[in-house]
Design a protein around this ligand. Structure first.
Ligand SMILES: [Fe+2]
Length: 243
């Protein structure tokens, strides 16, 4: 099956153009591209909102998604409100405290949708995740989370805004008898990081992309990225399209 992953929309108030970028138009361009790859499902990878969670922004995004013929899933980023997202997207039954996390199969394959919006998981989410990994032992796992679960040699983001529990994540997956593919955003770069049985696919934003090696936040370019992920009987492959 084919999944389209779109992330880091950073949409603000109507008419707001951060860094002079029409972020709403960029998101619509990403959606308009989807017929070219015909995904079975679309996943939004968090940071739907520019700075803080906004009901009007989530509602606009939901209305645009519902015009499409594809089912969709959403996860929260550090610039989102998980509770507001759960409410607007009809996911309140998956809201655990302030975290929105859930497991849903994608065409019968296990997929986990996690909430790293705080830069870490609560103890409850860790327990839930551990239980799922035990139950799914032996199945290759597909995980969606906003933050890359481990450092990615992206200097500014690794040092300022990393997932703060990467050691715990690596400990959890290290001895699993399967592959764990994590599809993520947050860093505004295209990158692949592999360690042991863990593969992280960092996905560019629809807003702007950042330099990898700079100690400060430096914009690399303003292209719009969409990641395509293909789950096949002979393995997983992925590519990024720039629009
Ligand atoms: Fe983020």
């Amino acid at each position: 099956m084919r999944i389209a992953f779109i992330t880091d929309l950073h949409i603000g108030a109507d008419g707001e153009k951060p860094t002079d970028v029409d972020v709403r138009q960029n998101f619509l361009k990403a959606l308009a591209f989807l017929p070219q790859i015909k995904p079975a499902c679309v996943v939004l990878g968090g940071d739907l909102c520019l700075e803080t969670g906004d009901r009007a922004v989530y509602t606009w995004i939901r209305e645009e998604l519902e015009k499409l013929p594809y089912p969709y899933r959403v996860i929260a980023g550090n610039h989102d409100s998980s509770a507001l997202m759960a409410d607007v997207f009809g996911l309140s039954h998956h809201l655990h405290g302030n975290e929105l996390y859930y497991a849903l199969p994608l065409e019968g394959r296990p997929a986990l949708f996690l909430d790293s919006s705080a830069g870490e998981f609560s103890p409850a989410q860790w327990t839930w995740l551990g239980d799922y990994m035990d139950a799914l032992r032996g199945n290759n796992l597909l995980v969606f989370m906003h933050h890359p679960p481990l450092p990615a040699d992206v200097t500014f983001m690794d040092s300022h805004y990393p997932f703060r529990q990467s050691d715990q994540f690596l400990d959890m997956v290290r001895d699993l008898p399967c592959h764990v593919t994590v599809v993520c955003g947050h860093y505004h770069v295209e990158k692949m990081v592999q360690r042991g049985n863990l593969l992280a696919l960092l996905t560019p934003s629809t807003y702007l992309q950042m330099k990898h090696d700079s100690v400060e936040m430096v914009v690399d370019n303003f292209s719009i990225g969409v990641r395509e992920i293909n789950l096949t009987t002979h393995g997983t492959n992925s590519t990024v399209h720039y629009i």
